[in-house]
Structure formats: structure tokens, C-alpha cells
Design a protein around this ligand. Structure first.
Ligand code: FE2
Length: 272
């Protein structure tokens, strides 16, 4: 966001040719610190330059009393937290002049103070603020495993009508717990959840996150393209007790912008 020169020129050029989205980790929407207005205004300037489809960050806090932890830390899921974050989302949306998109984080603990499930918290937050959601399917799997809860229950109460994007990623299995490491292929269990999420959301933009031990572009691209099979319900045998909505898929997906023939088709359509 603070880059000038060539990086800024590259993103401008990319944005001229392709739809782009902005995804951040520094909003700290759950912190008790005041919102960082300098950060927000710089983010808005970048958005004015590249005109993203949307701007997303995480349901978390990353620091307090001016100290940045550089980690996505969980918030207590209570009515008081909901009031606090809803007010901050309103303010962020006023400044950015667009809905904010929030992502479910990977979590490694639950607060005893919790009175709401994460899906119920997100549902209430969306209803109060009009914000949208980025569903990280791997994060659901990681958080549910670590909390000894069922991803199917999470999906059953998730506000699917607010989802505009989904994330996929690999995690590290430490036996007693999972860590969201983004450094390996997507696990089969997460692909199965993605197939369900795709149906339940009726399709949403899908991004593969891979930011450690990054393989060749070809391998990374091949992993991303696996998602197409799951979008078609190719692994329906893995579907568990969740019942997908019987609604046809009709939403275009930015994963297709990675595919040359679709890109060519889209360019022809624009010319026409
Ligand atoms: Fe993510």
C-alpha cells in the first residue's frame, strides 16, 4: 500500500486489464485502539487508483496501545465486541465509501466469555453494518479442528448470502492442533468443505493463498485449477450431512481470469 514507483505502476497496469481486489491484514477492526485514520486514508487513495471490486480484511485485532503484533488475533465473540466492531465497521465504510468485506480468521483458542458462535457474530455484524464476508474455507477447517467443533455446524449457521469471496489454503497438521501456514497444497478435507461452500454460497470469487514454500507458477496454477472440479460438485460423495441449496450456479468467478481461453473470451466480449 505504501509502495510507489514501479510496484505502484505494475498494480495500476494490472488493474487496467483485470478486476482486482484489495486484501489487508492491518485494519485491526477488533482492537481497542482508535482506528488508524492515516492507514485508512492511504488505503482509500490506493482504492481510488486501482478501483478494486472490494476491500477486505479480517475479523481480528493485530495490536493494542500502538504496538503491532503482526498476527491476526481472535476477538471474544460477545455482544459488547459486536457493538464495538459494528461501530468501527460503520466508520471504516464511511471513510472508504464502500462496504467492507471481513474474513473469518484461523483461531487456536476459544474465549470463555464467548456468548455467540462465529457465524452468528458475523451474521449480526452484516445485518447491522451491511458489510460483506470473505469465507476462508481452510480457516473454518483449522478453527473447528482446534476448537473440537464441527465445520458442518459452522456452515449450517453461516450467513451465506453475504459471501463475495472465498479463500483456499494449505495448513500444517501438528497432531493435536492445526496451524494455518499457507505453505502447502490444500488438504482433501478442505477441498470437500469447499465443494459444500461453493454450493451454499451459490458461487463466489475464489483465491488460493500460498505464501510460504511457494512452488513454481505451474504447480501453484494447477492447484488453483483443481477448484474447478469442486465447483462442479465433482466430489459430491464427500458431502456429509449438509444439504446444499438446489440453486443453479450463475455467478462468474475471478478464478476464470487465470484461464487464458476465458480471458480471451472476456476480451472479445468487451470489444463487442
Ligand atoms: Fe484467508
Amino acid at each position: 500500500m505504501d509502495s510507489g514507483g514501479r510496484p505502484r505502476q505494475v498494480i495500476r497496469k494490472v488493474a487496467e486489464r483485470y478486476p482486482v481486489v484489495l486484501h489487508g491484514v492491518s485494519l485491526s477492526i477488533g482492537s481497542s485502539d482508535p482506528l488508524n485514520m492515516d492507514y485508512l486514508h492511504r488505503l482509500k487513495r490506493l482504492a481510488q487508483e486501482v478501483q478494486p471490486q472490494w476491500i477486505s480484511d479480517h475479523l481480528c485485532w493485530t495490536g493494542v496501545m500502538g504496538v503491532n503484533s503482526h498476527d491476526l488475533l481472535p476477538v471474544p465473540l460477545t455482544e459488547a465486541t459486536l457493538d464495538h466492531i459494528a461501530a468501527r465497521v460503520h466508520r471504516v465504510q464511511e471513510v472508504l465509501d464502500r462496504p467492507l468485506i471481513l474474513e473469518n480468521p484461523s483461531t487456536y483458542l476459544d474465549f470463555r466469555a464467548n456468548t455467540l458462535s462465529e457465524p452468528d457474530f458475523l451474521r449480526a455484524l452484516c445485518a447491522r453494518t451491511g458489510c460483506g464476508l470473505l469465507l476462508d474455507v481452510n480457516n473454518v477447517y483449522v478453527s473447528c479442528f482446534n476448537a473440537d467443533s464441527d465445520p458442518a455446524d459452522y456452515f449450517d449457521s453461516f450467513p451465506w448470502n453475504r459471501v463475495v469471496q472465498m479463500h483456499l489454503a494449505g495448513h500444517t497438521d501438528c497432531g493435536t492442533h492445526l496451524i494455518d501456514t499457507h505453505d502447502q497444497p490444500v488438504r482433501p478435507e478442505v477441498w470437500a468443505l469447499f465443494a459444500l461452500a461453493w454450493t451454499r454460497s451459490k458461487g463466489a470469487a475464489t483465491l488460493l493463498e500460498w505464501d510460504g514454500n511457494i512452488p513454481s507458477f505451474e504447480d501453484c496454477h494447477a492447484e488453483l485449477l483443481k477448484s474447478k472440479a469442486y465447483m462442479k460438485g465433482g466430489l459430491s460423495e464427500l458431502v456429509n450431512r449438509l444439504t446444499p441449496d438446489p440453486v443453479p450456479l450463475a455467478i462468474s468467478n475471478p478464478v476464470n481470469f487465470m484461464v487464458p481461453d476465458v480471458m480471451a473470451g472476456a476480451a472479445e466480449m468487451k470489444k463487442g
